[in-house]
Design a protein around this ligand. Structure first.
Ligand code: AMP
Length: 636
């Protein structure tokens, strides 16, 4: 790797008042020591709330400087990668970077990532070795997108996780007096042809030494032994984690999972298995089907001696009439539920409230496979008020202004945004209150001006750092768990399925969809208006044929959907509801009455409005479910 001629001290000279972080960078840049980003990841003890808050204050006060340092460091390191060299011609200049390097989507960088997956040097995009590829829940051509990751990236994530601790401690007292029942899971992983590991970002983190060697400080004690989190059999993992959580119920001060959907899945699992869990507690012996040896050993140690009293108590609570407030009943000292309930997870808030007994729902962070973005500085705020403050040493952030088409909001709640390709990006410090933006990142791991696909709205500022509400994911119409189905995916799947009925003389006149989360797990519902060719009469439908249509839709959806459905059981069987003739006219009338323009009316492909769903539901004449989970295999 050639050294970049850029002078790191030049940027540092602009730093009139130096924070502890920028001081570190200064120190490192003296004597021609290259700027290394560990300097931008200051060490601190997460138990030390004051020190942690001081770092957050520094970061949010010095946003502009940090962002400049971050971009300069990324360019300095990577100017001679094949990708950047092609645009920069060896120049290490921030303005040249912005003028010459294009804002890109995944499809633009996919060939570079595939080359690395197939054995090419990391230097195609990154001066630091790419040690693994993180499979995102966004898909491309039906397969998960793959994001590069470096060894140093793990430290950046650890730094980010450590920052969450002082924020929580600032708002909730006494978290060091007990444990956290976090239900965390690993997902299947594959190897690329060159032998790189390809796996989801959290699987990568939980399997890392950073997670294994996390300081077992006062705020960091989990009820789940690592062996249960790392167990690759998701059913054994869930069972063991719940068993450990129940046994240690008096010590639990907070419960949670990453996303709301995963936490609700755990509650459903508990509903289905509490009898057996109680009998294990009563006997002091783990069920025989827990065969993973390290899991079994770890759980047996926690289970200890037979405890019939505890088993009786749990049986009494679980066997009660209603499960309303069950979390508070089973884990009486719990102060809050830590789950992400923003974005597509907002659909689970009311169900969580039912089970929680009024506990706060806390969304601590906003992150992705590409990069970790922001922290919720007011963790106890209502789900609808949650904003994330972007942490300026995580990546270099830019924003594409987005115009909302409010017509669409009226009927289906899925806003279409209009973001011209030639729109200029704005910097983190230049975003405007109330404006919508799509976030674009330049990371330390080889992504340059990459459109993440998330639409955010500026809600305020913490010091100089803007705070954002997560609005939605570009294009996504349906999501139950980590699946993200867009209009095109849905259209393709419906097109395949309708061929089955069309070959028999039926016509699909219109369709739309919604994510039904009234039961756990939630499932996709597709409304179909069918006629017989040449008549307005509703055809007599063969249930077998309709079930086949449901299965065909599922088989055609992307691999993340199929994994959630088949492997994780986090999505239920897809349903087609056939509606009577004229239903979609009634839907149009409703949308127009809500403000959609008649001229520009297009059938929404996803419905969010409860009233609109009621209009469709009241005209349903047949309901059909897919009988089998679709095919899925890692990497396929
Ligand atoms: P993945 O790359 O599969 O980890 O998915 C990352 C995506 O999940 C982000 O780009 C967002 O669309 C979504 N996401 C992550 N964190 C949040 C959050 N706190 N609120 C809403 N959506 C989120």
């Amino acid at each position: 790797m050639r050294a970049c001629p850029i002078n790191c001290t030049a940027v540092k000279q602009q730093l009139m008042t130096c924070s502890s972080i920028t001081n570190d960078v200064d120190r490192m840049s003296r004597g021609n020591i290259p700027c290394r980003s560990p300097a931008m990841l200051p060490d601190f003890d997460p138990n030390d709330t004051e020190a942690g808050m001081k770092i957050l204050e520094d970061l949010t006060e010095n946003v502009h400087r940090m962002q400049q340092l971050v971009l300069e460091e990324i360019i300095t390191r990577n100017a001679h990668t094949e990708y950047l060299e092609g645009f920069l011609n060896g120049q290490c200049d921030m303005q040249v970077f912005k003028d010459k390097v294009p804002v890109v989507n995944y499809e633009d960088i996919k060939p570079y990532i595939e080359r690395i997956a197939n054995g090419d040097s990391s230097n195609v995009i990154s001066a630091e070795p790419i040690i693994e590829l993180l499979t995102s829940s966004g898909t491309s051509g039906g397969q998960p997108k793959m994001m590069p990751s470096t060894a140093e990236d793990l430290h950046r994530k650890t730094f980010f996780y450590n920052l969450l601790v002082p924020v929580m401690n600032k708002y909730v007292d006494g978290l060091d007096e007990g444990k956290a029942m976090y239900l965390l899971f690993v997902k299947p992983e594959t190897k690329t042809p060159s032998g790189l590991m390809a796996r989801p970002v959290l699987t990568s983190y939980y399997k890392s030494s950073n997670f294994k060697n996390r300081p077992f400080n006062r705020f960091n004690i989990y009820t789940s032994p690592d062996e249960t989190i790392l167990c690759s059999d998701s059913k054994q993992s869930m069972y063991c984690q719940l068993l450990c959580g129940l046994v240690q119920r008096q010590e639990v001060l907070r419960v949670g999972a990453v996303f709301a959907s995963a936490f609700l899945r755990a509650i459903k699992f508990l509903e289905d298995n509490w009898n057996e869990l109680c009998s294990n507690i009563r006997a002091g012996r783990v069920s025989d089907w827990i065969t993973d040896p390290s899991c079994r050993n770890a759980v047996s140690l926690i289970l200890g001696k037979p405890d019939p009293e505890l088993a009786d108590l749990i049986e009494h609570e679980c066997g009660g009439e209603s499960w309303e407030g069950i979390i508070k009943k089973l884990w009486p000292r719990t102060k809050y539920i830590e789950v992400i309930v923003t974005g597509s997870m907002a659909q689970y808030v009311s169900t969580l409230e039912f089970y929680s007994g009024g506990l706060p729902l806390v969304s601590t962070m906003y992150a992705s496979s590409e990069c970790y973005f922001g922290i919720n500085f007011k963790p106890l705020s209502k789900p609808s008020d949650v904003s994330y403050t972007l942490i300026p040493n995580m990546a270099y952030f830019e924003f594409l202004p987005v115009n909302k088409n409010h017509d669409d909001v009226q009927c289906n709640g899925v806003c279409k945004e209009n973001c011209g390709e030639d729109v200029e990006t704005v910097e983190l410090v230049d975003v405007k209150l109330g404006q919508y933006y799509e976030i674009v990142v330049t990371t330390f791991t080889g992504l340059y001006r990459y459109r993440v696909g998330d639409i955010l709205m500026v809600t305020g500022f913490h010091n100089k750092a803007p705070q954002f509400r997560f609005v939605h994911r570009r294009n996504v119409v349906l999501s139950i768990d980590t699946d993200k189905t867009n209009e095109d995916d849905l259209l393709k799947a419906v097109t395949k399925a309708k061929a089955i009925v069309e070959s028999l003389g039926f016509l699909l006149i219109e369709y739309t969809s919604y994510a039904d989360t009234s039961s756990i797990p939630g499932h996709y519902v597709i409304f179909w208006e069918l006629t017989s060719k040449g008549s307005n009469h509703l055809p007599v439908l063969d249930p077998n044929l309709m079930e086949q249509c449901c299965s065909t839709v599922e088989e055609s959806l992307d691999s993340v959907y199929r994994r959630c459905r088949r492997k994780d059981n986090s999505i239920g069987a897809l349903e087609i509801r056939v509606v009577q003739h004229g239903t979609f006219d009634a839907l149009m009338d409703f949308c127009v009455s809500q403000g959609s323009s008649v001229n520009q009316y297009k059938t929404p492909r996803c419905i969010k409005s409860e009233e609109a769903i009621n209009i469709l539901d009241s005209r349903v004449v047949g309901r059909f479910f897919s009988r089998n989970a679709p095919y899925w295999e890692p990497g396929k």
